[in-house]
Ligand binder design. Sequence first.
Ligand code: 3H9
Length: 675
Amino acid sequence: MTSPITTARHGDILVVTSDNPPVNALGAAVRTGIDAALKEAAGDDSIHAVVITCAGKTFFAGADITEFSKPPVEPLLPTLVDSIEGLDKPVIAAIHGTALGGGCEVALACHYRIAVPSAKLGVPEVKLGLLPGAGGTQRLPRVAGVALALEMTAKGDPISASQAHEAGLVDRLAGEASLLDDALAFAAEVAAARPLPRASEKTATADAQVFADFRKTNARRFRGFDAPEANIACVEKATQVPFGQGLQFERESFMKLMFGVQSAAQRHIFFSERKASKIDGIASDIALRPIKRVGVIGAGTMGGGISMNFLSAGIPVTIVEMQQEALDRGTATVRKNYEASAAKGRITPDQVEQAMGALNPTLSLEDLADCDLIIEAVYENMDVKKELFGKLDKIAKPHAILASNTSYLNVDEIAASTSRPQDVLGMHFFSPANVMKLLEVVRGAKTADDVLATVMALGKTIRKVAVVSGVCHGFIGNRMLMPRQVEAMKLLMAGATPEQIDKVHVAFGMPMGPFQMSDLAGVDIGWHRDPTRIENIRDALAAEKRWGQKTQAGFYDYDEKRNPSPSPRVAEIIEEFRVREGAQQHDITDEEIVERTLYPMVNEGALILEEGMAQRASDIDVVWIYGYGWPVYRGGPMFWADTEGLKKIVAGLEKHGFEVAKLLRDKAEKGERFN
Ligand code: 3H9
């Protein structure tokens, strides 16, 4: 097998180039090749400096994550970086693309770093439930300072080359098109420099208070995760003990995380997110339809948010409303949201104007005639949608894609109101649509392959995680939400309180529990709007205008700042219903709440798989992570079920009288997993 590493002499400089597509991950072959090149450099007196660089789109984007579940192969990355730093000739990292994780650690071990301005450097291991395990936690604070090292390791976001330059993590910026030449010139300049600047020989200093403050400021963000604290502790160690001891501590901490369930879950999600974009049975090189202009119907919260996704990606949007006032309000909200982002420094004022300039508000559906994709985001009513799609059929140009943002309705029925059902599908965005990363792409019975593939690819363009769903009530996410909400209501009747149930969900790691979610979304959603017809607890709340946060009363009472407190009135209502229906009550444990609200979700997930509504179990996990805030360190409901053990899930479901999905039962019996 040919090595991904090649060496070439440029005078007295050895250029070591890695070519390991797609991202130059530091797999065994790459490590072996670099190691050999270092030996070549060490053994040849005519070589005075070494440049390490990468071909393709990026510098090393990290260790090869696929190797983590396999037996280790020498030379290991920590050994390799030590060899780089230990070479007694200058080694220069020439960086483009993304120097991430182990890639950033290779760069840190080099004596000098040069990068193109568009490059990014980061240590995202924390997002995989890990820490930089090849000396990164010890070298980064020594090179770039403790404050930046804390930010980078514990949060995992990359920084730009210019930020890295300011912080001393990059020594020199190269021309965008002349990286190798500039690196060679740099190498020639420093070839004779001694002593060599070695990160391990620098010191990292910080007051203990810096760490205490960092922990406190970020406590909410890090809640439930093991890896951020492990990263902080390693950086702290770098300020307390000599380099070698720090490395030892880093290694032990890395191994602990690596074999923990959280990192397994987070790595599962990393690969699942990428797998989700692949559509079974459709070739990855299928010709896509060009999407140059998007139409959005409805300028409410949803339509406005949807539009922003395209505007931000540089795709012009025609937005349609029925009334001028609603159109103006919607457009103003889009502007307000962009201006808020600009105020936070996330985008420039120019970008606000650019986005707004690409928004074309109109009252006329006919103006959608030049759109390549039209997304309907109107009232959730089948007749309304069918009428609208009938009209669109006449207006839209041939081959335009027609999408509905429905959350529950039958996409096939909507498609049947057009003469081109092959061009119709669902694009279910999650609120707030400009923020939430999930996009459920609903494949109708007649949706053409290229239509589905185009929209899935577009998902990536607008920075969403797109998942294919079949046509079923509520698609993947909301369909699984339903049994959870139903069971939560039954638990109230059986003696639990809303606070108790929500608390269990929050402790599990969800951003909020079922009742907090109802209050946020609106208790009146889907309500029949007849205050005299009170058939359940929800009707009773809605009849009293306890519609949730928006009316300062729902399952909780709220003060002006929307702080919740348990509601005595809700307790009374629940009690009235218990009496009215003669409900049997018992002490409800946290375990019972988990078994009765989360296990049925797994069961529903199994049914979804059984029916072929999701392509794979990992897609379901992705939906719940990105659409509903399922804690990523639990890997999504199906991965979580695997870690709990499917036999235990089946036994729990049976104990509470649920009908167990066949697929779940079969897998449990065979000792299999979903993922
Ligand atoms: C680490 O370094 C640990 C060390 O500290 C310590 C060790 C002791 N390995 O995302 P894309 C695959 S941990 C293997 O679609 P983009 C990916 O699965 C690592 N494979 O492209 C996909 O495969 P496929 C720290 C990897 O342009 C393909 O490459 N580093 C790896 O949108 C394209 O990926 C990270 O966490 C990998 N490291 O984004 C960085 N990375 O085509 C992780 C990617 O079969 N990577 N693949 O679906 C990223 O953030 C993005 O991939 C990157 C490119 C920004 C680089």
